[in-house]
Design a binder for this molecule. Sequence first.
Ligand code: NDP
Length: 474
Amino acid sequence: MGERRRGTAPKGGPKKISNGQSKDQGQWGRAWEVDWFSLGSVVFLLMFAPLIVYYFVMSCDQYQCSLAAPVLDIYSGKAQLSDIWQKTPRLSWTAVQIYTVWVLFQAFLYVAIPDVCHKFLPGYVGGVQDGARTPAGIINKYEVNGLQAWILTHILWFANAYHFHWFSPTIIVDNWIPLLWCANILGYAVSSFVLVKAYFFPTCADDCKFTGNFFYDYMMGIEFNPRIGKWFDFKLFFNGRPGIVAWTLINLSYAAKQQELYGQVTNSMILVNLLQAIYVVDFFWNEAWYLKTIDICHDHFGWYLGWGDCVWLPYLYTLQGLYLVYNPVQLSTPAAVGILLFGLVGYYIFRMTNHQKDLFRRTDGNCKIWGQRPKYIECSYTSVDGKRHHSKLMISGFWGVARHFNYTGDLMGSLAYCLACGFDHLLPYFYIIYMFILLVHRCIRDEHRCSSKYGKDWKLYTDAVAYRLLPGVF
Ligand code: NDP
């Protein structure tokens, strides 16, 4: 790699290294045109993702979480598709009420209660924060109050469970399939709304992308950061609030169900609750950082995020807890401790890698990584208004080990949740398989985008840090 483009921040501030700019550097964001492969994948997902979610949840409800049993039953003639469908709980008025109250309550916490946590919690960044520069050159402001929403929601949950008893703590799992229909209604409604909005009243027309293909535009989104009013940002709300705040509540509901059914909560359930709660709280603690991740910085808002946040995330990210309701697993102490440690190491790598990039970007390289000034490659890109902007790609710390070591840590944590469920069924392992595909695909997507954003400067970076996830392997 061209040594002259590598930079090491010297004492007293980062050193600026000159960087060439290629004239053919493209813009970033999702594609402007759709190829046949992407279109095929989009249509496939639109058709099958809702069925996949249904199949997993139904197989727990009717077949003790065995993925093979429904197929075998149909194959052997013991059951027909119509039988399975007949046994599936329908949309209920109770579920509609629960879901409506839930979403409205989260929307209220999001828009109506400015963050106060940053005043009390040292090190926590909340309140009004800047997002990253959009392709049109805009920097949006966000009210970061997710941690506060999570805390208030959980205080109410525990107050109800231990004091008020307004509703049973098993309310979520007891209405799990009727709630699935509600989540689908919201997921499709919001995805359709943002499609229409993009045509008729976009928040920022310069940040819209149209391919002209309905399915691709519907799935991948047209608007970059759709908003209603000044503060209701669709991406930040839908990804974090109905989905991720719910994650820990869903797990608590599963634990309560185990208690109700078996008179105890197994150590595997506690492990899943604990490891996933760490991940969720970490997300909200670092919500300001989330503003700089691919979801906010690059993805447009369509069905992929809208439906995905409402349905895919709460239903499939919580499969381990659901599995343990139907198949309680009591791990030996060494196994439980080993899985806990493995999950915590994965979390540490995930957190530290993300932290290193965040620190590096916030201080413009004027910081210490692993006790030393970080090395970096200076790079530049052009926004659609034709302006040149400068940036840096760090090649120190975990970012010098692999180009996406944060994904590696995330995968380790994900595997830990699955291992807690033992080896009797495939269903709880769906998460690690899915995360592996998601993150490998994300690596490739991100690198394609970075390559078009930074041009030959990106090539210098990939020469310096040769592997994506695991040095020597991939
Ligand atoms: P990253 O946080 O890795 O962000 C990638 C971006 O960082 C690139 O587009 C580039 O943006 C910048 N960048 C890349 N290399 C460098 C470098 N060497 N130095 C400085 N900046 C660099 O990706 P994600 O947003 O995908 O992931 C964030 C976290 O969220 C990850 O830990 C991931 O595991 C997790 N995640 C979890 C998911 C889940 O469903 N549980 C789903 C997706 C992600 P720029 O244009 O600014 O240069």
